[in-house]
Design a protein around this ligand. Structure first.
Ligand SMILES: NC(=O)c1ccc[n+]([C@@H]2O[C@H](COP(=O)([O-])OP(=O)(O)OC[C@H]3O[C@@H](n4cnc5c(N)ncnc54)[C@H](O)[C@@H]3O)[C@@H](O)[C@H]2O)c1
Length: 308
C-alpha cells in the first residue's frame, strides 16, 4: 500500500515507518524536521521536508497515497502554554490541512494521532472515550480540534478517519535533549549520568505509559479495521495500567542499578494528576490489545540509550 506518514522523522512516526517498510508498504514521509531527525529514517526513505500546515507541501506529498498516518504535530503541553499560536497552527490548522488535501487527493483513510490530554485528567479512572472532555492546555485543545475535524470529514466527505488517543508513549528514539522532553527519557538520561532527577510536584501523579511498539501495532490495527467499525470514531490506545512518577523512577533505578537524588520542583502548568485509559472500545472494535509489559518496555528503552 502507498502510505504517507506525517511527522515520520519523529519518535513515534519513525517507529511506524520501520513497521510499514517491514510489511512491504511504500512509504513517504512529510516532516518539517522541527523536532524530528532525518537519521531516524532508513537511507533512501522518500522524505519531503515541509509543514503539515502548508497546503502546497501537503498536496504534493499526498499524490498516489491510499492511507495517511498523521503524526506530525508540535508536542508538549508546556511548549503550548509558552507558545500557543505555533501549537495551533501546526496542530489544529495542520490537521485540517491534512484532511482537506487527503479528501481532494482521493485518500481512503487518515489515522490521526490524538492525545489523552483531551480529557484534562480523570475524575474516576479508568477513563472511557465517553468521559467529559476538559482540555487544560492549548496543546490539548488543538488535539481535540483535530479529532472533531476528523469526524466532520468522515461525515461530510466519506473520508475514512480514525482518531487514536495516545497516552504517555515511550521507547527507542524518544529524546531527552530538549527542555520539553518527556519524563522517561529525562529520568533515564539523569540516572545514567549520575545526576539528580527533577520531579514536578510530589511525584504521585500517574500515567498510563504505553510502549511505542504497541502504539505502532494499534495504528496498523486501525488501518486494517473495517470502516463501519472505526470511521469517524475515537479510541483510547493504552495498556490501561497506571504508574506514578516515583514508581517509574524506582523501576528505572532497579534496571540501571543506581539510586538518584530526587529534586522536587513546582508542578507544571497544564499537567493532569491522573491518567489511565479504559481501553475496551479499541479491543471490541479492532481486537487490539497492548502487549508489552511496562518493565519490559523500560528495559528495551534503557538498552536503546546504552547503545546510542
Ligand atoms: N509521545 C507521546 O506521549 C504522545 C502522546 C499523545 C499524542 N502524541 C502525538 O503523537 C504524535 C507524534 O509525537 P511524538 O512523540 O513522536 O513527537 P515528535 O516530536 O518526536 O514527532 C513529531 C514529528 O512531527 C514533526 N512536525 C512537527 N511539526 C510539524 C509540522 N508543522 N509539519 C510537519 N512535521 C511536523 C516533527 O519534526 C517530528 O518529526 C504527535 O501528533 C503527538 O501530538 C504523542
Amino acid at each position: 500500500m502507498h502510505i504517507l506518514v506525517t511527522g515520520g522523522a519523529g519518535f513515534i512516526g519513525s517507529n511506524l515507518v520501520d513497521a510499514l517498510l517491514a510489511r512491504g508498504d511504500t512509504v513517504r514521509v512529510l516532516d518539517d524536521l522541527s523536532t524530528g531527525h532525518a537519521e531516524n529514517l532508513p537511507a533512501g526513505t522518500d522524505l519531503v521536508v515541509g509543514s503539515v500546515a502548508d497546503p502546497d507541501a501537503v498536496s504534493a506529498a499526498m499524490a498516489g497515497v491510499e492511507a495517511v498516518f498523521h503524526e506530525g504535530a508540535r508536542g508538549s503541553v508546556a511548549r503550548s502554554v509558552a507558545d500557543p499560536l505555533t501549537t495551533d497552527t501546526m496542530n489544529t490548522h495542520g490537521t485540517l490541512t491534512v484532511l482537506h488535501c487527503a479528501q481532494r487527493a482521493g485518500v481512503r483513510r487518515v489515522i490521526y494521532a490524538s492525545s489523552s490530554s483531551v480529557y484534562g485528567g480523570a475524575t474516576a479512572p479508568p477513563t472511557p472515550e465517553t468521559a467529559p472532555l476538559v482540555p487544560r492546555s492549548p496543546y490539548a485543545v488543538s488535539k481535540l480540534a483535530g479529532e472533531v475535524y476528523c469526524r466532520v470529514f468522515a461525515e461530510l466527505h466519506g473520508l475514512e478517519t480514525v482518531s487514536l488517543r495516545y497516552f504517555n508513549v515511550f521507547g527507542p528514539r524518544q529524546r531527552p535533549d530538549s527542555q520539553y522532553a518527556a519524563v522517561i527519557p529525562l529520568f533515564i538520561d539523569a540516572l545514567r549520568a549520575g545526576r539528580a532527577v527533577e520531579v514536578h510536584g510530589d511525584g504521585l501523579q500517574s500515567r498510563d505509559f504505553t510502549y511505542v511498539s504497541d502504539v505502532v501495532a494499534g495504528n496498523l490495527a486501525a488501518l486494517a479495521a473495517p470502516a463501519e467499525a472505526v470511521s469517524g470514531k475515537v479510541f483510547n490506545l493504552a495498556p490501561g495500567t497506571t504508574q506514578s512518577l516515583l514508581g517509574l523512577l524506582g523501576h528505572l533505578e532497579t534496571i540501571i542499578g543506581v539510586t538518584a537524588e530526587r529534586n522536587h520542583v513546582d508542578p507544571r502548568a497544564g499537567d493532569v494528576r491522573l491518567s489511565q485509559a479504559d481501553n475496551r472500545l479499541m479491543a471490541e472494535a479492532m481486537g487490539f490489545h497492548c502487549e508489552v509489559p511496562f518493565e519490559e518496555g523500560l528495559r528495551r528503552t534503557v538498552e536503546w540509550f546504552a547503545a546510542r
